[in-house]
Design a protein around this ligand. Structure first.
Ligand SMILES: [Zn+2]
Length: 445
């Protein structure tokens, strides 16, 4: 058992509290207590209290939708003329990049953002992976990288018809094998969903097959849904009312599944998502960057849809998307009163409850019985910090602060600028190797 005390503790979760001179008692299995430092000293007199005075403690952050494989796009220059729309962005960048990935690229392109995740206080990431020419075993590779870094990951491989029958079949097999393998492990650090790319790159026959498989595997799916207008147009061409209608008819809606984006949805779609308790993940920076539109977050919260926040590969930390969500929806509605309470709910409650569902243990909240993932931030609030104004400190203070220590599953993975599992020399070797692999990948495009 360890106790970290004398800090300002933010609990997040359903009953968010700010505890001044607070402490957290935990071991590798779970958090045993959260409260005033003096109380915890009395309750656990044999345990030495580590002093974190002047620091802030939060739960480990959760990224609801990530693409680790996108790492090597950083700084890339493309030979094609600039893409004019979302489909062209996929064709000229992402589908070229994922086809060029080799097994070693899969490993390093995951390792780099996971190191960044740790530095940014992120301890759980829900990833969506694609590497059609380094497909078999790719999820096992990602699992090893997550375990090397000591983080929690929910993994999937994005099945699509866009690369032909054999790669679609291999994608289906990759998901099914990985999910079956995890069921035998019974660990709480790695979870899995069945990955699908998006409605517009999937044939009805493929959706039908996957629907049967996920029923047997008793798992949900992770898919991009109604991200761009092109996805909606495609669903209508196929004879469906909408993308959500199509996915619902195949039985993919439900509390175990994640639908990323949901930008092009109408009132009936929102009701379908609400009634089926389907998880939506909002990725504001990605939506703005791809110019696909702005999801109606206010309506989703109003309909009580469980909507969480992700980054869609933009960064490992969702704090930056939280900052952008705050200003995007004001800008979109031309109303500065918008979205404050909604994004606070999304970040402090919905991301934790999504992680809880996937990893089968309370996460993203500091409370007795939750997983022991916590972050000590170098942030001494310069203005009063209370349970009702915490979001202001997240947006304008914590989002630009550094982490002092990051603990996942009770183990310190980062402290004083150093990772516990690699030396500084190894870290610099990893970056050098990554640059070499990225250069070679750019040449292959
Ligand atoms: Zn995505």
């Amino acid at each position: 058992m360890k106790i970290i005390g004398h800090a300002t503790v933010l609990t997040f979760g359903e009953n968010h509290q700010v505890v001044e001179d607070g402490a957290v008692a935990f071991d590798e299995k779970k958090i045993h207590a959260v409260g005033k430092t003096d109380e915890l000293r009395k309750r656990f007199p044999m345990v030495k209290v580590k002093n974190a005075r002047g620091k802030l403690i939060t739960p480990g952050l959760i990224n609801g939708h990530m693409h680790l494989y996108s790492t090597f796009a950083r700084g890339i220059s493309l030979k094609d003329p600039p893409a004019e729309n979302f489909t062209q962005i996929l064709e000229t960048l992402w589908w070229k990049l994922d086809r060029a990935l080799k097994p070693e690229d899969v490993e390093y392109s995951a390792l780099i953002p996971l190191l960044g995740a740790i530095r940014g206080g992120v301890t759980s990431l829900i990833d969506h992976h694609s590497s059609p020419h380094a497909l078999a075993g790719s999820l096992e590779t990602l699992k090893k990288v997550f375990r090397k870094c000591g983080l929690r990951g929910c993994l999937c491989y994005e099945v699509s018809d866009r690369d032909g029958t054999s790669r679609k079949e291999a994608g289906i097999e990759e998901n099914a094998n990985f999910i079956r393998g995890l069921k035998l492990e019974n660990e709480k650090d790695i979870a899995a969903l069945f990955g699908l790319h998006a409605s517009f790159t999937l044939e009805d026959t493929t959706l039908g097959r996957v629907a049967e498989l996920v029923k047997g595997l008793k798992c949900g799916i992770h898919i991009h849904a109604a991200e761009d207008r092109a996805d909606l147009d495609d669903a209508r061409t196929r004879g469906y009312r909408s993308v959500i209608d199509r996915l619902h008819r195949f039985g993919f809606t439900g509390p175990d599944s994640i639908f990323a984006h949901c930008v092009h949805v109408d009132e009936i779609d929102l009701q379908t998502l609400a009634l089926t308790r389907t998880n939506v993940v909002h990725n504001p920076r990605s939506n703005m960057n791809n110019a696909v539109g702005c999801a109606n977050l206010e309506a989703m919260i109003h309909e009580k849809i469980p909507v969480a926040l992700g980054t869609d590969g933009f960064s490992a930390s969702p704090l930056e998307d939280l900052t952008v969500a705050n200003i995007l929806h004001k800008h979109q509605a031309k109303d500065p009163r918008k979205i404050y309470s909604e994004i606070w709910k999304v970040f402090s409650r919905n991301n934790p409850s999504l992680a809880h569902k996937l990893f089968k243990i309370p996460l993203g909240t500091l409370e007795e019985g939750a997983g022991s993932d916590l972050v000590i931030w170098n942030y001494d609030p310069p203005t009063p910090l209370t349970s009702t104004n915490t979001l202001g400190h997240l947006l304008f203070g914590l989002s630009t602060s550094t982490t002092q220590e990051v603990i996942c599953q009770g183990k310190t993975v980062y402290e004083d600028g150093k990772f516990s599992f690699i030396s500084e020399e190894e870290e610099s070797e990893i970056c050098a190797k990554s640059r070499e692999l990225a250069k070679s990948l750019w040449e292959r495009l």
